[in-house]
Design a protein around this ligand. Structure first.
Ligand code: IPE
Ligand code: IPE
Ligand code: MG
Length: 252
């Protein structure tokens, strides 16, 4: 049986939204103006993702390392996040968007933590688009937390260490139950992952767009999806699109 060709539209797109600060600085504006404009790009991107039939969209909004920024910028970002929730939640809900938050969101304080939990609960039955927002997220911290959870279960005797494999490890990550991203897009011309989804993006296609995040829109997303459709995803198998993927056998 020939392998089914992969669908041309990625099921899961993850975006490293970078370049807000440069967008503002180039206009002689304070950095917060770039973050504010970045929120508009988020809105456009969600709409475009829905139009393309993308089922999962993960947005990297704040990294574990972004706490290193000056306190006033962190405050501005927290304020914007809260404002975004208040102004968009109703519309997101009506559009069929289900919200998921990954990362150490409790670091933003109990009030925002509760609002985020409420937003997840309110949208929990929506099915059109799963919108994952990564907040105070870092992949290494996520992987270490998964290892910790597994170790605690092993010590308690509820998990057999011999049973730990890729699937069971995946089930202990913050993204448990979510499909891996097929496509990771980073804006602003930087070409690095900055500690984003290191485990989950093992076989994602990577696209680097020179646009600064506030300038990103439907055309950029369409361009990335078109580029993705031209790529051949081989997952280590031989480069013949119609050949079945053989099982992995070790040479002994
Ligand atoms: C991305 O834009 C937003 C966050 C990281 C929160 P930046 O703020 O990193 O913008 P640049 O990279 O300084 O231009
Ligand atoms: C990555 O952008 C994090 C987010 C987009 C939230 P950064 O601007 O923080 O990344 P570095 O520091 O340039 O790697
Ligand atoms: Mg940046």
């Amino acid at each position: 049986m020939p392998r089914q060709p992969p669908p041309l539209t990625p099921r899961h797109i993850a975006i490293i939204m970078d370049g807000n600060g440069r967008w503002a600085t180039r206009r002689g504006l304070p950095r917060v103006a770039g973050h504010r404009e970045g929120v508009r790009a988020v809105r456009r991107t969600i709409e475009a993702a829905i139009e393309h039939g993308v089922r999962w969209l993960t947005l990297f909004a704040f990294s574990s390392e972004n706490w290193r920024r000056p306190a006033d910028e962190v405050t501005d970002l927290t304020f914007l996040l809260r404002h975004y929730l208040h102004s968009e939640l109703k519309e997101l809900d009506e559009a069929g968007v289900r919200l998921h938050i990954i990362g150490e969101r409790d670091r933003f304080g109990p009030a925002l933590d509760r609002e985020l939990a409420d937003a997840e609960a309110r949208t929990a039955t929506n099915e059109r688009l799963n919108l994952v927002i990564a907040l105070s997220y870092g992949a290494r911290a996520e992987i270490a937390a998964a290892a910790r959870r597994i170790a605690l279960k092993a010590r308690a005797g509820t998990l057999d260490p011999a049973s730990i494999d890729e699937d069971s490890f995946t089930a202990h990550l913050a993204t448990a139950g979510m499909p891996d991203p097929d496509l990771v897009i980073r804006t602003s011309g930087e070409q690095r992952l900055s500690n984003f989804l290191l485990w989950q993006a093992a076989y994602a296609e990577l696209i680097f767009d020179d646009a600064l995040w506030p300038d990103f829109g439907a055309a950029n997303l369409a361009g990335a999806i078109a580029e993705y459709a031209r790529r051949e995803r081989r997952f280590g198998a031989r480069p013949t699109a119609s050949a079945p993927v053989p099982p992995i056998v070790s040479a002994q």
